[in-house]
Structures are given as C-alpha cells and as structure tokens.
Design a protein around this ligand. Structure first.
Ligand SMILES: Cc1ncc(COP(=O)(O)O)c(C=O)c1O
Length: 386
C-alpha cells in the first residue's frame, strides 16, 4: 500500500525567488530578482569569522545567543532607538529573521486566531500563521506609495485578532512608516490584547533623512511587540542567516521555548564575529547612505525610460511601474523580460494572496555599479508597448 501524504500547505509551491533565479541563470540574464548583494562583505568581517572559527568557537552556542552579541545588540538598540532591552532576558539570536518570525508567530497563534497581514508582504508570514491553525486577514497597502490604509486596518480588527504584522522599511514596496502611522497603530491597539510583530530587517536602509521608526522607540507598542531583524541585510551576508528578536521578558520566554526546539542555537563563530564587528557603529549606520547612492544611481539611469518611477524610501528594492510598456500580467512580463531583454525582476503580484495586479515589478539594486548600468541600459531601451 502506498502511503499518501496530505499537504499542510496546499497553496505553497516553489517560491518565485527560486523560479526567477533559475530562469535568470538559464537565460544568462542580469539577476535583479532575489534580494541579495552581488558584492562581497567587508574583508575584516571575514577575518573575524576566521579568527573565531580557528580559535575553537565551533560548538553549540548558548541557545539564546552568544552573550557578547546580545550585549552588542542591546547597546545598538539603546543608542539608535533609545530603547532598553535586557540582553539576558529580552534579546534572542536566531537563524535569520525567518526563524524569528516563525517562532514569534508560533508562540502566540492558536487555532482560529486571526492575524492581520498587510499586503504585499514577505512570503513567510502566511504559511507560519496557517501552520499554527491561524487565519491570515489581508489588508492591502495603498498604491502608488503603498502606505497603510488605517480605515481598512481598523475595520479588519475583530475579537479574534491576535496580532498585526508590520514591516518597515517595507519589502517589496520600500515604504517607510511615518510617526503618524506609528501613533495611529498605537491608538488602534490600546486597550486590546493585540500583539505586534514588527519585521525590521531593513532597519538601516531608510533614505532621504527619513529615520527608521523602530517599534522599539514607542513604549506603548514595544511592550506588546516582537521585533525581528537580520544581520544578513545589514552586513551584506544574507547567507549567514543570523537574526534576532527583541521582546519583553514574558514574550521572550515563550519565544525561547519555540526557538529551543526549532534550531536550539545559531552558528557560533559568526555570532562572535558580528559581536566584535558591531563595536564600530558606523559599520551599520553608514548603510543608508551606501544604499541611497545605489538607489539614486539606478533611478538616475532609468530617467527618460518608459517606466513609472517613485524613488524607493528604504530597503534595496525599487518598484518600476510598467503600465506604459505593457498591459500583460506582471508574471508574464517578468518572464518575458528574462528571455527577451535579459533582466530578471520579481512580479509584485506574488506578494498578494489574490495575486493583485498593480502593474509593477520589483528590482533589487544591491548590485555593483557595472551590473546596475548594464541592467538599466537594457531597461531603458524598452519601447512603449513591448
Ligand atoms: C521583509 C523580510 N523579512 C524577513 C526576511 C528574512 O530574513 P533572513 O534572511 O534573515 O531570514 C527577508 C529577506 O528577504 C525580508 O525581506
């Protein structure tokens, strides 16, 4: 008798990121689809990794994370956001932000609980909610800049609402939450049991003098929040998968119960290396100007093209509106771009549960200048009506 396996995630297939990267490789296209830098991280960070690996830091790390790294994060959060988190009880190191998001959702979501998800959104939130028996309640962000629609968010809240997931700076749209967004959220959840899960992996990539408004800056939000971030984005090391979660002690205690059995601990020498590297704050505070220059370069090169461009406010993604070029769906057009002009991008509809069409593609500009120049040259040549 053959054993049948009933999927717990019927909607989930191969992610678009794998599909587009494979297609880009097959057609030798310039890959601006998946979000990762094509340039190396700082050689000094590699030296530190080497130093700690060679000096014998190669066994299981403390399950909550190497103390030196938790202390470095506490220091960073205190200076950047004026927020005090106890490194012993309120900061946990995880294997990437993805693990932290999964652990936070698992710690709080029970069957039939509702979680408000603002779309378009990063693809790990919904499966994590569903695997825990929860129900995602979708609210669309408002094009063209994709700000939160507060009337709709308010209308989506019910007695079953367990949490709201927010992401600022936002992937894929680049929107950065404003003081008014934060104040409105705080007023909305006051006197409720709603928990905030704040995905802040692009915390050091907020442009044009816009401060990153971490939820940790707001006492009324911080006391009910899991805040998640990742060093992959900050130090050009997405493959290292080291992230962290800030949460009040009682929240962290529940989070740690899950983390303990998900991964137990995170790669040891990398944690030591990052802890030492963080002792010089300019190594993360200069990231915004680094990526702002890349954004300006990419956007500048595309001026005069047929794309509609609103310069991104944060992250290393730029959305391009293609309404004037094609009326095709974004998935069809993204595939055509790879095959016919040799540039891979991500169709934004994949970040919506209902595959909503905003006629925009997402391009990652965390690439060296030569790659950006070549990609822009190809994109600039696109005729109206492709
Ligand atoms: C919004 C968002 N959250 C979380 C992650 C995952 O981060 P990590 O690679 O550290 O798991 C990403 C990565 O692309 C992201 O864009």
């Amino acid at each position: 008798m053959s054993v049948t396996l009933r999927t717990k995630l019927p909607q989930v297939g191969t992610t678009i990121f794998s599909v587009m990267s494979a297609l880009a490789a097959q057609y030798e296209a310039i890959n601006l689809s998946q979000g990762f830098p094509n340039f190396p991280c700082d050689a000094y960070l590699l030296e530190l990794l080497n130093k700690y690996a060679r000096s014998g830091q190669n066994q299981y790390a403390h399950t909550f994370g190497v103390p030196a790294l938790r202390q470095a994060i506490a220091q960073m959060v205190a200076t950047q956001y004026a927020a005090i988190y106890n490194p012993d009880t309120e900061i946990t190191i995880t294997s990437g932000a993805t693990e932290a998001l999964y652990a936070a959702i698992t710690a709080i979501v029970r069957p039939t609980d509702e979680v408000i998800v603002l779309e378009p959104c990063y693809d790990s939130y919904v499966p994590a909610i569903e695997l825990n028996g929860g129900k995602p309640v979708f609210v669309a962000l408002q094009a063209p800049d994709f700000r939160p629609d507060w009337a709709q968010i308010r209308a989506a809240i019910t007695p079953k609402t367990r949490a709201i997931i927010l992401n600022t700076p936002h992937n894929p749209t680049g929107y950065v939450w404003t003081p008014s967004d934060m104040d409105t959220l705080a007023a909305l959840v006051a006197d409720t049991d709603i928990i905030i899960i704040s995905d802040e992996v692009y915390e050091f990539m907020s442009f044009d003098e816009r401060p990153h408004l971490s939820v940790s800056r707001y006492e009324a939000l911080r006391e009910r929040a899991f805040i998640v971030s990742s060093f992959g984005k900050t130090f050009h090391t997405t493959g290292w998968k080291v992230g962290y979660c800030l949460a009040p002690e009682a929240f962290s205690a529940e989070f740690r119960k899950i983390h303990q059995y998900l991964t137990f601990s995170t790669h040891t020498p990398t944690q030591y290396a990052i802890a030492e590297y963080m002792q010089e704050p300019t190594r993360y505070t200069q990231l915004a100007s680094f990526y702002q220059q890349k954004r300006d370069k990419f956007v500048g090169l595309l001026q005069g093209s047929a794309f509609g461009i609103i310069p991104t406010q944060g992250t290393y993604f730029q959305l391009l509106n293609y309404e004037k070029i094609s009326q095709e769906s974004d998935t069809v057009l993204a595939e055509k771009f790879v095959k016919e002009i040799g540039v891979a991008a991500i169709p934004v509809s994949v970040f919506y549960h209902n595959k909503q069409q905003d006629k925009v593609l997402r391009f990652c500009f965390a690439k060296d200048d030569e790659t950006l120049e070549k990609a822009a040259e190809r994109l600039r040549q696109l005729p109206q009506r492709f």
